[in-house]
Design a protein. Sequence first.
Length: 461
Amino acid sequence: MNLREIRNRIRAGEVRALFARNEAPHPAPQLHAVDKAELINSLGPDEILPAFAALGDEQLEVFPYLDLERQKELIDRLPRGRVSHILNSLSSDDRTALFASFDEEELPRYLALLNAENESTTNDLLEYPEGSVAMLVDTGYATVLEDMSIADAMLHLRRNLKDNEAADVFFVVDHEGHLLDDIPVRRLVLSEPDLSIREIMDGFFVSLKITDTKEEAIACFKQYDRVVLPVVDEQNKMRGVITIDDVLDVAEERDTREMQRFGGLESLDYPYVETPFFTLIRKRAGWLVILFLSEMLTASAMGYFSHEIEKAVVLALFVPLVISSGGNSGSQAATLIIRAMALKELSIRDWWYVMRREILSGLSLGVVLGSLGFVRISAWQGLHWIDYGPHWALLGATVACSLIGIVMWGTLSGSMIPILLKKFGLDPATSSAPFVATLVDVTGLVIYFSIAATILSGTLL
């Protein structure tokens, strides 16, 4: 069933049929809550409310999977009592994400709909910076004491552990609540019931501090291959857990934001298909204007060397070839360094290592391209396809030497700019490929014509 058919059924009042359980002898597979949420996310503003109402008892299951904007539209239009029930049923991480999106006027209104415990927890988590792991903390976890027997621990978990993403692991604490260990539930099930929890502890656990950044959480999950990690305060007391599904969402948002910035535009606040047209234009226009103004310097540089171009028009033929090679090499270097920094393979302290490596890389690549440029000029001259004049060898040497210099400068610029931005607390992804290419375009012209003035002096110039 396509989206048009779904909308027609909603308008015809057949909303419940979309989500009704199939009672046929061979029923079709029931839609997962994620699929139902995606269906509702795709609907228009007037269609969301009846579709959500048709979910009945499944509303609480589907609501966390809806986009934030859809969630806000629903709680703004649903009865106050129903909104209170939905908000209090959310896991703490989903509730924190929703409340963090409210403005100063909305926040008190919806906080008043929470029960005392949830209001206190939400207010506490919202005090932390938006980039901290506090925004991802789920308080739906269970702890046991180390002196419990496995039988008692299983009974305790059965009564207190919620069936959610964090249920694969439980946590051992002392009587003051300090974290001692994390244990997978499978180890509990496979051990003899008369053993104590202390006897199946291995003493090793990985935890995140509540003040850690989301970037640190991503790195920690990746390094230790965990699906759940505990979050502790400065006294090593449990504050909650973070699950891999939330970390994957954060990683996707980060990668999307960096890719958009590296492409030469401001990061989008919403998915491409949901971003208003004029917002999309505004996000793209800023960088394009900056790059356009920067490229005007290229025309200024060409004007500065107009006297040389008048004497040797043939030099202008190779401007696109030489300049594009520098921009391409710079974009390559920037891409490699930005990604390496994102993966924590490089840090600011590695700048000298990167510089040496990229100078050698630029020299090698420049020699390769310069040799090809010289061969190209020689071949065209030898085959009489183009007559470069009696000084064609010097012209070839000019192009070759220029390519070596410009490619070296491009790789050096592309590798150092992200590190400099990181040093000053800026996002390295803003050193986008178009930005590096524009920089190398302008400076590359200076290098090209300076080398030409040196080699061709007394001949063409």
